[in-house]
Design a protein around this ligand. Sequence first.
Ligand code: FA5
Length: 353
Amino acid sequence: MADLIAEIATLESQAYEAIRQAHDMEALARISQEYTGKKGALTAILKKLGTLSPEERSVVGKAANAFKEKLTTWLNSREKELEELRLSQLAETEFLDLSVTPPEFAAVASGLSSGHIHPIVQTQRRLEQIFTSMGFSIADGPQIEDDYHNFGALNFTDDHPARDMQDTFYTKNGYLLRTHTSSVQIRVLESTKPPLRIVAPGRVFRYEEVDASHEHTFYQMEGMVVDRKVSVANLLHLMQTLLSEVFGRTVTTRLRPGYFPFVEPGFELDMQCLVCNGSGCPVCKHSGWVEVLPCGLIHPNVLAAVGLDPREWQGAAFGLGLNRLVMMQHGIEDIRHFMAGKLDFLEQFPVIA
Ligand code: FA5
């Protein structure tokens, strides 16, 4: 028995040393086999247990099991060490320094100019800043909409002639490309309890004849305030603030009645054309005025459609035409420039971030 205990002690120190010196997983697997495999040294000792008396068997068995446990612990911890070593070596050798331009790309790199933010997005972000500073949140909605959110809930009955005001692209499976961001009004009112204030910038689509001031794909920014008391005066103040913040000065506007089924009363807020300073050009269709900000008080039917009691809640909304606003800001004479992908046009508005 003493021989076997001594043998186990020797095997332990040999195994410990072999594991410490192992440099890869294969070596560790080999060591494991050498001790615990079918013909392993520890297995051989266990086979001899049968020849011992019960007391001896218990002592040697305990020593053998203790060795087996140590062996497993040492093998696992060396395996972990080797894996960490492998990863740190990999990090050294595979490190990619992105600040270094490979020689074959040097010529290209020196000629590259950086991209920048599209002028519409620049103004959109400025407006978002203005509105968030006034306590508004920014809302979003799908560009592919259903009839209910784009028209029905906005008080366009099925046969309402106002549906023809916005020529619509329909999908084959019964949806449509939203014709205005007013659809987001409904989505927000369905999911958020008033009082609330939101702006919803986004892309809209209409089956339009394209000209200097009309695109088939353009941008709007919807604004909506719902509270217990909202008046036309609140609405007009909001829009005057918006315009003077964007233009940095007072701009000449005019307000006239406008019809939209989802507001009552409804207005058209026009800006004096800044491309021709009101003298007449293709952008303002030679009228001297450009429609940029239709607006009004939310129609009671719309509030009722989303489950709000119109006797308790009031609302105001506007639908800013972003492309046209940007045209006024920069004196751009044709709306088609925005989507033409022409760098010489876009590079005139160099804001990087
Ligand atoms: C609407 O789209 C309404 N949803 C706006 C609204 C919202 C009214 C909330 C009341 C309350 P309208 O069809 O007029 O309205 O379009 C709004 C603005 O989008 C216009 O004033 C104009 O600036 C811009 N716009 C309209 N059609 C085009 C087009 N084809 N190309 C470029 N801009 C356009």
